[in-house]
Write a protein that binds this ligand. Structure first.
Ligand SMILES: [Mg+2]
Ligand SMILES: [Zn+2]
Length: 185
C-alpha cells in the first residue's frame, strides 16, 4: 500500500476565481507560489499526489468534461516539467443537486483513488481551503490540512492549518518525521 496526499485544486494549487466565477480556460489557471515545490517535496517524501476537485461548472454548461480534462492534462504536464508529479486529477462534474457520492464533502473521489492506487487512507492527507475538503478527508479517514490564505481566523477541525500548500507540505513532512510508522492515536 502507498500513502497519498489529496489536493484540492482551486485555492490550493491555483488561485481561486472570484466568487461566482469559475476557471474555464487554461489561461485562467494561475498557479500559486510554491505549489510546484510543495508537490515535489511531497513526492520525494514518498507520497502519491492526487488532485480531487469539485467542478460543477461542467453541470452548469460552462465547459465540457473534455475541455476540463484538457486543462487538467496541461496542469499535469506543467508540473511534470518542473519535476513534480501529480498522479491524477479526479473531478466531480455534478451540481449540488441531486446529491452524488463524489462532490466533496462526500469522500467518493478519495475512496475511488485509494482503490485505484492501493492507498492506505489512514496514513494519507487531504489538503484543502474549505470546510468541505476537510470534511471529505476526515470521512475518508485521512489526516487533514486546511490552507487559509488570509488573516481571518477560521474555526476549523483540520489537523493542521497553513497559509499555503507549501506551508502545509512542510508541516506534513515534519509530522511524518516526528511520528513512527506505527502511529498510535
Ligand atoms: Mg478550493
Ligand atoms: Zn459528483
Amino acid at each position: 500500500m502507498t500513502k497519498a496526499v489529496f489536493l484540492d485544486r482551486d485555492g490550493v494549487l491555483n488561485r481561486k476565481a472570484p466568487e461566482g466565477h469559475y476557471v474555464t480556460r487554461w489561461e485562467e489557471i494561475d498557479l500559486l507560489p510554491g505549489a510546484r515545490e510543495a508537490v515535489y517535496l511531497l513526492n520525494h517524501a514518498g507520497f502519491l499526489v492526487v488532485v480531487v476537485t469539485n467542478q460543477r461548472c461542467v453541470a452548469r454548461g460552462l465547459l465540457t468534461s473534455g475541455e476540463l480534462e484538457a486543462i487538467h492534462a496541461r496542469l499535469l504536464h506543467e508540473f511534470e516539467t518542473s519535476g513534480a508529479r501529480l498522479e491524477a486529477v479526479y473531478y466531480c462534474p455534478h451540481d449540488k443537486q441531486p446529491p452524488c457520492s463524489c462532490r466533496k464533502p462526500q469522500p467518493g473521489m478519495l475512496l475511488q483513488a485509494a482503490q485505484t492506487y492501493d492507498v492506505d487512507l489512514s496514513v494519507s492527507w487531504m489538503v484543502g481551503d474549505s470546510d468541505s475538503d476537510v470534511e471529505a478527508g476526515r470521512t475518508a479517514g485521512c489526516h487533514t490540512a486546511r490552507v487559509i490564505d488570509d488573516d481571518r481566523l477560521a474555526a476549523t477541525v483540520a489537523d493542521l492549518v497553513a497559509p499555503s500548500l507549501l506551508g502545509a507540505a512542510y508541516q506534513i513532512l515534519r509530522a511524518e518525521e516526528a511520528v513512527p510508522a506505527a502511529r498510535v492515536h
